[in-house]
Design a protein around this ligand. Structure first.
Ligand SMILES: *Cc1c(COP(=O)(O)O)cnc(C)c1O
Length: 474
C-alpha cells in the first residue's frame, strides 16, 4: 500500500467526527447541517492535503480528537455573523470600508425602540390620520439649518440624483470644471447628472471659474446652477471659485435655482478642534442657496442618509417626484437620525455624545496618554515577543471629508518578533472581533483615536493573543 493510501484509511468517518466530544458539545447551539458541513469540509481538506502531498501529514493530525477539534472551530466560525463589529484602530474617523460613522447611544436606543414593535412612522398621533414619515425630522433639521423645508433619502448620492432629476430633468445644469467631483466607486458628478437626465454644462477651467463664466453660459436650456463642494480634494495655488452667495445673486437675476452638494455637511463650526474653516449647512442656507444636500454618516455622525434642505417649493417638488419613493429612508434610519440631530440642539451635548465629534475633539495630549497606557500594558503582556513604541501619528478624517486635514495625534507602533507584520495583521483580521490597524513598513500602528470607550481592553486581549507565535487570536 502506498503511504497516501495508508493515511487515507486513517481518516475518521464523518459520523464518528460528529459524535466526538468537541462537536457533540456544540449540538445544542449549532444547527446539525452546520456541524455536518464543518466535519465534511475538515475531512475533505485533509484528504486533499494527503493526495497532494504538499505537506507531510503527521498521522497524529488524523486522530479523531484533533480532527473533531478542527471541525468544531470551523463550525464555530460559521456561526459568526458575516457582517459584524470590527475594532477600528486605523485612526481614520469616517472609514467607508468600516462603516463610516459609529452611532451615539441615543441613536442606537432610538432604533431599538421603534423597531422592536410598531411606531407612528406614518401616523399622526394628533389627528389619528395618516402622517408623513419625514415629519419626524423636518422641523428639527429646519431648526438646525435655518432652511424652510427638509427631506431625507437613503444617502447623499441619492439626494443629488433625486434633486437634479426633480428640478432640472431635460435641461442643463451649469457646473464649474473645478467641481466635477468623483467621490469614489460610481459616483461622479457628470455621470450622476447623465443618469438624472440633466445635461452638464461645464464652465470655467480646472483652477479658475468666474461669475461671468456662469453668466455667459445661461440660456434657454438652463435648468439650474449647481455647486459641488470639493470634499475629497482641493485645488490650491492660482485658483478661484465663485462663492455660493454670488451664484445665488446671479440665479435670482435669471430666475434660476441654485443647488449645492455639500458632501459631508457640517452642522457645527469645528475650527476650535483644529479643523479648517468649512461652510456649515446653516451658512450655506443663509447664503440663499435654494437646495442643499449632504450626508448623514459623514461629519454629521449619524446613520447613512442623504439630507436635502432648502426652499419649501423646491423641497416639495423633490418629495413628490416618483423616484423619491425608490430612495425612501426606513424607520431605523429616521429614528437614528432624529436622535443624532437632537444632540445638536446643544453644542456641548453634540461633542460629548456623537462619537465622530468626540473623536475629532480628542486632543493630541489625550491620544498620547491613551497610547502610553496601551503601550505599557501591551509591553507587559508581550515581553520579548514584540517591540513597542509610541510615535507621533496624525489621523485622517476620511470618508472623503476634509482631505488635507491631519489631526495631530499618536499611535502605538508594534513590531512583532517571530512573525511578520502582515501575518499579524491577517491574524487580527481573522479574530472573532477583528482588529484593523495600519501597516507601516515592518510595524503595525494602532491608533486609539477611533476606539470606542472601553474598547482598549478588547484590543489589548486580541492583539496579545495574535502576537504570540503559533497562536491564533480569538
Ligand atoms: C460623500 C459625497 C457624496 C456621496 O454621499 P453618500 O452619502 O456617500 O452617498 C456626494 N457628494 C459629495 C460632494 C460627497 O462628498
Amino acid at each position: 500500500m502506498k503511504p497516501e493510501q495508508a493515511l487515507l484509511k486513517q481518516l475518521p468517518a464523518v459520523d464518528r467526527i460528529l459524535r466526538a466530544a468537541p462537536l457533540a458539545a456544540l449540538a445544542e447551539r449549532v444547527p446539525h447541517r452546520i456541524l455536518l458541513e464543518a466535519a465534511q469540509q475538515t475531512v475533505e481538506s485533509l484528504r486533499r492535503a494527503i493526495l497532494q502531498g504538499i505537506e507531510a501529514i503527521d498521522p497524529a493530525q488524523l486522530e479523531i480528537d484533533r480532527v473533531a477539534t478542527t471541525a468544531a472551530a470551523k463550525a464555530e466560525a460559521k456561526m459568526l455573523p458575516n457582517l459584524r463589529p470590527v475594532i477600528n484602530a486605523t485612526g481614520t474617523l469616517l472609514h467607508t470600508n468600516l462603516g463610516r460613522a459609529p452611532l451615539s447611544e441615543a441613536a442606537l436606543a432610538a432604533m431599538a425602540a421603534v423597531s422592536r414593535g410598531y411606531s407612528n412612522l406614518e401616523f399622526d398621533l394628533e389627528s389619528g390620520e395618516r402622517g408623513h414619515r419625514y415629519a419626524h425630522i423636518e422641523e428639527l433639521v429646519c431648526r438646525l439649518t435655518g432652511a424652510e423645508a427638509a427631506t431625507v433619502v437613503n444617502n447623499n448620492a441619492g439626494a443629488v440624483l433625486l434633486a437634479l432629476t426633480a428640478l432640472a430633468k431635460g435641461r442643463e445644469a451649469i457646473v464649474s470644471r473645478g467641481e466635477l467631483v468623483e467621490i469614489g466607486g460610481a459616483f461622479r458628478v457628470p455621470d450622476v447628472m447623465a443618469a438624472g437626465g440633466v445635461a452638464l454644462r461645464e464652465v470655467g477651467t480646472t483652477n479658475k471659474t468666474h461669475l461671468r463664466d456662469y453668466r455667459e453660459a445661461i440660456g434657454e436650456a438652463t435648468g439650474l446652477l449647481l455647486k459641488v463642494h470639493t470634499s475629497n480634494y482641493r485645488i490650491v495655488g492660482f485658483s478661484s471659485a465663485v462663492p455660493a452667495a454670488e451664484l445665488v445673486t446671479l440665479g435670482r437675476e435669471h430666475g434660476l435655482l441654485v443647488m449645492e452638494d455639500l458632501g459631508s455637511g457640517m452642522l457645527l463650526d469645528l475650527t476650535e478642534f483644529g479643523l479648517p474653516r468649512e461652510p456649515t449647512v446653516a451658512e450655506t442656507v443663509a447664503a440663499g442657496v435654494d437646495v442643499v444636500t449632504f450626508s448623514g454618516d459623514k461629519l454629521l455622525g449619524g446613520p447613512q442618509a442623504g439630507l436635502i434642505v432648502g426652499r419649501a417649493g423646491a423641497i416639495e417638488k423633490i418629495r413628490r417626484h416618483p423616484m423619491a419613493r425608490a430612495m425612501r429612508s426606513d424607520k431605523l434610519t429616521l429614528a437614528a437620525l432624529e436622535a443624532t440631530l437632537r444632540h445638536y440642539l446643544d453644542r456641548t451635548e453634540a461633542v460629548r455624545e456623537i462619537p465622530v465629534l468626540r473623536m475629532l475633539a480628542a486632543s493630541a495630549t489625550e491620544i498620547e496618554a491613551r497610547c502610553q497606557s496601551l503601550a505599557s500594558r501591551l509591553a507587559a503582556n508581550l515581553g520579548e515577543q514584540a517591540r513597542i513604541t509610541v510615535i507621533p501619528e496624525p489621523s485622517a478624517v476620511g470618508g472623503g471629508a476634509l482631505p488635507l486635514t491631519e489631526l495631530r495625534g499618536f499611535a502605538v507602533a508594534l513590531s512583532p518578533r517571530g512573525l511578520t507584520v502582515s501575518d499579524l495583521a491577517a491574524r487580527l483580521r481573522r479574530a472573532r472581533t477583528p482588529v484593523v490597524g495600519r501597516i507601516q513598513e515592518d510595524r503595525l500602528l494602532l491608533n486609539p483615536r477611533t476606539l470606542a470607550p472601553g474598547e482598549e481592553n478588547d484590543l489589548l486581549r486580541i492583539v496579545t493573543e495574535a502576537s504570540k507565535p503559533g497562536s491564533e487570536a480569538q
